[in-house]
Design a protein. Structure first.
Lengths: 236, 292
């Protein structure tokens, strides 16, 4: 579904990502784990068209995403839940969700989607008229995930969805990711919470200083003694 | 008391004009964080275009108003495209200097092309005076007031109820997240410039009718006053801009009424300084700290 080959990305003189290869197959949960600054978020931003790569290729359903703008990539079926939540403040929960379906044209489909979303996130239905900025951190995370799902994506990119959340919400977030996946959406998940991420993932890649150090199934990586070392950011 | 009420009426008319201008300032600042100092000159262009369509094409008031709004919307989009878009990721000071440059360019360009003379604005609407309890109101004042209110309601509906309005607010609040929703940021910014400039165009035609005279540098002072109004109301807040503008308009009129005509501009700037010192976010500004 998504093939990333030999991807390098730099911010000015700093090379954030070097020659990275990975792929996501339809229906999978794939996770990229690694310490802060390893280049994980940069990879997601590049897939979404917010950051331009230096070299390499990104193919989605056999079509290159390089040079496409963010709205075109959303239209192609890839939605991203950005790091740090980014709800739209001073707008209601409902308006935030409506913005999620910005590119959708069919009103009936949008309404139907909204009902499905409310079923999956009952708290949002309760709070639909509330200013999104007044929600708790965990509720905001639910909102941005629901907002991304409003676009009806085939591939959902999640950037550190559990960051800064209370433990009860961390579990909830991972449950919802599995639920979304079970309903047919493919997931690319970025996490520092390696243990949780690997235990729900089909496959995982360990990234340190912009390079892929290890890859394998979620279970294999969980049991790999090198994982913790790479996860702590020491060069292998 | 009568004089006071009379000046309040005059202040409201003037304040309405400032409000139309201040809305543009505040909306444009809200989405691109640019202080669009050429906004007053867009208003001047609106007045001149109205002058032209009325004199040459014999447009009536409504047609002149709409054609000026459309003309200024196009001018606004062009300014954004030519002057501001290439500087989207530049330092703020570069953008600010550019804005002042655009302002000078428009003022002097108009002076060179059409001379800097003051000219009489054609009176498409015959002035009628009404008197209630010794307070005089002209039909032009009522027209200004009504037009401003209608335009503000339309603007509010666009911003609050339409998909484009939602996109505008989203792009203003968080451009990156808005892009991830599939919102075309450049298109949205163009749209904001179009709407803000159309408001300025309307203000230009209205001021032509009210003061009867127009000239290429007429946008300078009202532009700055409207900017002050936007700051007083809280930059980025649409109701704030309207309230700030009425305050500034009334303050000016009252200064004139008590015999300090020469100091009316100074009074406006004193208000600016006081607001910046004691209420930097303005009356309706966003005071709450951002939640991370």
């Amino acid at each position: 579904m998504l093939q990333v080959k030999d991807l390098s990305i730099s911010y000015g003189a700093i090379q954030a990502v070097r020659h990275v290869d990975f792929e996501v197959k339809k229906g999978e949960i794939v996770t990229l784990i690694g310490a802060n600054g390893a280049g994980k978020s940069t990879i997601l931003k590049t897939i979404s068209g917010i950051v331009k790569p230096q070299s390499g290729s990104i193919e989605y359903q056999n079509e290159s995403l390089i040079g496409k703008k963010a709205p075109q990539i959303v239209a192609a079926g890839i939605s991203q839940v950005p790091e740090g939540r980014h709800v739209f403040p001073a707008m209601t929960v409902m308006e935030n969700l409506q913005l999620g379906s910005y590119l959708q044209k069919n009103r009936d489909q949008i309404d139907q989607r909204l009902q499905e979303i409310f079923e999956m996130f009952p708290i949002l239905k309760e709070r639909q008229h509330q200013d999104a900025a007044t929600l708790s951190g965990g509720e905001q995370q639910m909102l941005v995930m629901a907002r991304a799902m409003m676009a009806n994506p085939e591939l959902l990119l999640l950037d550190e969805p559990s960051m800064g959340l209370a433990p009860i919400y961390i579990q909830k977030v991972f449950d919802i990711i599995q639920k979304i996946n079970a309903q047919g959406t493919t997931i690319l998940l970025i996490e520092q919470n390696a243990h949780q991420a690997l235990s729900i993932a089909d496959r995982g890649y360990v990234i340190a200083s912009g390079e892929i150090q290890l890859s394998g199934s979620g279970q294999t990586l969980l049991n790999d003694p090198k994982v913790k070392r790479a996860y702590l950011g020491e060069s292998a | 008391m009568q004089i006071f009420m009379q000046q309040l009426i005059n202040g409201l008319s003037l304040g309405s004009i400032y409000a139309l201008l201040a809305l543009g300032y505040t909306m444009i600042y809200g989405i691109v964080k640019i202080i669009h100092f050429a906004h007053g000159d867009v208003y001047m262009l609106g007045a001149f275009f109205g002058y032209y369509t009325i004199n040459v094409w014999h447009f009536n008031f409504i047609m002149a108003l709409f054609s000026s709004m459309i003309f200024c919307a196009l001018v606004g989009m062009l300014i954004e495209f030519v002057a501001y878009r290439p500087l989207r990721h530049s330092s703020r000071i570069a953008v600010l200097i550019t804005a002042i440059g655009v302002s000078y360019f428009l003022e002097n360009g108009m002076s060179v092309l059409f001379s800097g003379d003051t000219r009489d604005f054609p009176q498409v609407i015959k002035q009628v005076n009404y008197e209630w309890f010794g307070i005089r109101v002209t039909n032009v004042q009522l027209l200004i007031f009504v037009t401003t209110i209608i335009l503000m309601i339309v603007l509010q509906l666009i911003v609050k109820k339409t998909k484009m309005g939602r996109a505008m607010r989203a792009a203003a609040a968080d451009p990156v997240a808005a892009e991830l929703m599939g919102i075309n940021i450049n298109g949205t910014i163009s749209f904001v410039f179009a709407i803000g400039s159309a408001m300025a165009g309307a203000a230009g035609v209205l001021i032509g009718l009210y003061y009867n005279s127009i000239e290429p540098t007429m946008g300078l002072t009202p532009g700055i006053k409207a900017f002050v109004a936007a700051v007083v109301g809280g930059v980025g807040s649409i109701p704030g801009a309207a309230v700030g503008a009425v305050i500034i308009g009334c303050l000016e009129s009252l200064m004139q009424a008590i015999g300090f005509s020469a100091f009316k501009d100074a009074a406006v700037y004193v208000v600016l300084i006081i607001v910046l010192l004691f209420l930097p976010a303005g009356l309706f500004g966003n005071k709450q700290p951002e939640k991370v």
